[in-house]
Design a protein around this ligand. Structure first.
Ligand code: PEP
Ligand code: MG
Length: 327
């Protein structure tokens, strides 16, 4: 952590109104892991496993992956690591995968869609994760789940691999948590049964915002048109949190916006009690949350919604200035 935040490393992100927000970090390489201790993050909320696949020119072997995942778990020293299975599509082409000629790769054959259609790679990855987590907890989440059936099918693959390990007489993970990334608006409207069966939900805000506004996250021109602090988007986040809360399903947010101060306080005011961000943001976000009354923020958002405002950015920024809140 940078010098300014060293004092905060051992402290919690507890607001003056008494809410404690869990702050996790996003990672994708072994080299990111030292940040877990230095930033004071509560765990790794998103481990993007595709980087390991992208940096080489042949499919990694199961044993190599198991060794890597095991080192990640060792480096986490008992803190939770949520491994996200491969999020590969025709925009992130693997050197050894035939490129798909798709007009809209972001909404094409990617992530769980590939995993469920070409099961070999996902099975191998799940086996590596299960072996790496033998004798300790396994947390795995699936990217880009757009409908309940996809989650069920993915979860069934985890169960099958666990059964297999058991049959082979191998040591199993002490617990298995299987989550879904909510990155398409459709999943927010999934049946109640989905929220009961998912062990946790992680909102992939980068993709969710892109599909909520139908604005390409890679296209500056349209991306900037739509504010994350848009009242409709915040209200959507609140509805997702309410559905999760109603079923006791833990929910967190792991898009880039979680690491931005105004966004983070608004998400927390919408009821998100867990955020995952790049390590360098942990200190500043913790510092801000420790100074902000979330009831005030919720009130500002509600008032803006009543007035029919488009975004709450100006008001939240003014609140920060008026109350001397600094990152
Ligand atoms: C997201 O979509 O918010 C997310 C965390 O996944 P990625 O950025 O890797 O698509
Ligand atoms: Mg995503």
């Amino acid at each position: 952590a940078s010098k300014a935040y060293i004092d905060l490393v051992g402290k919690k992100a507890t607001t003056p109104c008494g809410k404690t927000i869990a702050l996790h970090m996003n990672a994708g390489l072994m080299a990111d892991l030292p940040s877990l201790a230095s930033s004071g993050a509560d765990g790794v909320g998103l481990f993007r496993t595709e980087l390991q696949f992208l940096i080489r020119n042949s499919v990694p072997k199961r044993g190599e992956l198991a060794t890597l995942y095991s080192s990640v778990m060792d480096a986490a020293r008992g803190k939770r690591v949520a491994f996200r299975t491969l999020d590969i599509g025709s925009d992130k082409v693997l050197p050894y995968m035939k490129p798909q000629d798709e007009p809209n790769p972001a909404m094409g054959w990617r992530a769980i869609r590939v995993g469920l259609d070409k099961r070999g790679v996902m099975r191998m990855q799940l086996q590596a994760l299960i072996r790496a987590c033998a004798g300790r907890p396994l947390t795995v989440m699936f990217p880009f789940i757009a409908q309940f059936e996809e989650f069920r099918a993915a979860r069934a693959m985890v169960d099958a691999e666990i059964e297999n390990e058991k049959r082979l007489g191998h040591v199993l993970p002490t617990s298995v948590e299987v989550g879904a990334m909510l990155e398409t608006p459709s999943l927010a409207f999934a049946p109640d049964q989905f929220f009961m069966e998912a062990d946790f939900i992680s909102i992939g805000g980068n993709d969710l915002k892109q599909f909520f506004f139908a604005a390409d996250r890679e296209n500056e021109r349209v991306r900037k048109r739509y504010d994350t602090l848009n009242i409709s988007f915040l209200s959507f986040i609140r509805q997702i949190v309410e559905r999760c809360d109603a079923h006791g399903t833990p929910v967190s947010f792991c898009g880039e916006d979680a690491g931005r101060p105004l966004e983070a306080v608004c998400f927390a005011a919408m009821g998100l009690m867990s955020l995952s961000m790049r390590p360098a943001s942990i200190g500043p976000i913790k510092n801000v949350l420790r100074q902000v009354n979330l009831d005030d923020i919720a009130e500002i958002i509600n008032a803006a919604a009543k007035r029919g405002d488009q975004s709450v950015r100006t008001e939240i920024a003014a609140y920060m200035v008026d109350n001397g809140v600094t990152p």
